[in-house]
Design a protein around this ligand. Sequence first.
Ligand SMILES: Cc1cc2nc3c(=O)[nH]c(=O)nc-3n(C[C@H](O)[C@H](O)[C@H](O)COP(=O)(O)O)c2cc1C
Length: 174
Amino acid sequence: MDYTTLITSRYSVRSFRKTPIAPAHLALILRAGQIAPTAGNRQPQRILVVQQADTISRLAEATPYTFEAPCILAVCADLRKCWQRSADGFCSNLADTAIVTTHMMLQAWDIGVGSCWVCAFDPFMVREILNIPDHYQLDCLLAMGYPDPNAKPGPKHLDRKPLAETVFFETFPA
Ligand SMILES: Cc1cc2nc3c(=O)[nH]c(=O)nc-3n(C[C@H](O)[C@H](O)[C@H](O)COP(=O)(O)O)c2cc1C
């Protein structure tokens, strides 16, 4: 798939087959996260791969958005490892994990694995269920699996603002 086709055809998959992700596919997806750029190349991402059905069932108590996926990645950043800007304390954690997750999401789609980025969860519950260390920020869950044959894009998928509302040239309007 060429890049334009890849990003145009991808959509948030919310209905999955029960089939586990093939190890070779999972390896490619994790490799895509590994090679993503991060601030100062510090690679603060810490990714927990959750495939055990009982753990995923417990996660379903912390979010309605597990979609009974066969695999959920908990994408965290080790706050001790992130790059910080001295001028204002800006911390790269969310930018780093966002690009790592995007790399994985797009690689997944290229090999027929669907995914849905999930931030609507009870962070306290998820942290406890997954035993996430205090110095890790939990930035998102990525529910992944082979799309159910009936999977289709959600109603918001094609709803994009015109570029004129989001992109400006040379100066922002007053
Ligand atoms: C940061 C972020 C958080 C999201 N959280 C959720 C979520 O909690 N539950 C969900 O069903 N989808 C979630 N999504 C998916 C968006 O709803 C989806 O990307 C958007 O509606 C556009 O649809 P599309 O991905 O099919 O193009 C999230 C996406 C992003 C980037």
